[in-house]
Design a protein around this ligand. Structure first.
Ligand code: ZN
Length: 278
């Protein structure tokens, strides 16, 4: 009986010790991850195609024009709902822009989110509806190498450029960042799919992965939205109408708002006190 009592006391003591250690660790995080401080979020809207590259064709509309109209609508709505957000369009006019250049604009502006806007097309004219893509896994390794290369090139003359003081550790650190980028893209993509599925008259297919170059060269959470099938008569009518553009743009803006609020919560609850109040 006595032995049981002693064992019980020992166990209690052990739990108490674990509790104390846990409390101490919570108050003194060891090697707390560096959280990027984002003052004002930067959103990149990338209207696909342009200039001599019209993209897909409808009966009386070109994809490049619809994409640009959507970019303007989304920007206007975003600035109305979130005036602190900086919104950058990769192209503001009907001009050709390479895929590398589009991603470069996003990377140079240290964007928090990259959204490429497109319209789909197929040879039957029957298929309708929206689609959302994130970067495919098979491109992840190239993406990581690109992130590392861009990081070191950015800091070419800075000897303290290493994130951890050890390039091997930098690889692990950036690998973690890359996983976060993919998981944030997935979260944002899922929320987009959900809203577009409710609002698009032909719904939205489940989130897909694809190795679009414009996505894997962007080193931040990024998605590509196919707004609908421009060679389907009903989708073309909807996507070229003011009403249709507003409905879809509102869904996209709502998803961006969700994305930013989750992000700012994450930053505010991070172990490092941050001067953020978004
Ligand atoms: Zn396109």
């Amino acid at each position: 009986m006595l032995n049981y009592s002693r064992a019980y006391k020992k166990l209690l003591y052990l739990f108490f010790l674990i509790f104390l250690v846990y409390q101490w660790l919570a108050a003194h995080p060891i090697n707390a991850p560096k959280v990027q401080i984002i003052k004002d979020p930067v959103i990149i809207l990338d209207p696909g195609h342009g200039g001599n590259n019209p993209g897909a064709k409808g009966s009386s509309n070109l994809e490049k024009d619809i994409n640009l109209q959507f970019a303007y609508r989304i920007k206007k709505l975003l600035l109305y709902h979130l005036p602190k957000v900086k919104v950058i369009l990769t192209r503001e006019v009907d001009t050709f822009l390479s895929l590398d250049k589009r991603a470069e604009i996003a990377n140079l502006n240290k964007a928090d989110l990259f959204i490429s806007l497109h319209c789909n097309s197929n040879n039957t004219g029957i298929v309708r509806g929206a689609e959302v893509y994130i970067m495919g896994n098979h491109k992840s390794d190239e993406h990581l190498e690109l992130s590392l290369r861009e990081y070191y090139e950015d800091n070419e003359h800075d000897h303290s450029a290493s994130l951890t003081g050890d390039e091997g550790m930098d690889f692990i650190f950036l690998n973690q960042i890359q996983s976060n980028i993919i998981s944030e893209s997935i979260d944002f993509g899922k929320s987009l799919v959900e809203l577009l599925n409710q609002e698009h008259p032909a719904g939205c297919r489940p989130l897909r992965q694809a190795g679009f170059k414009v996505l894997w060269r962007a080193t931040m959470p990024s998605v590509l939205i196919e707004l609908g099938y421009i060679n389907n008569i009903q989708d073309e009518k909807f996507l070229s109408s003011t009403e249709g553009q507003i409905i879809i743009s509102q869904s996209i803006v709502e998803s961006i708002k969700n994305f930013l609020s989750v992000r700012s919560e994450e930053i505010q609850t991070a172990s490092i006190p941050l001067p953020l109040n978004k």
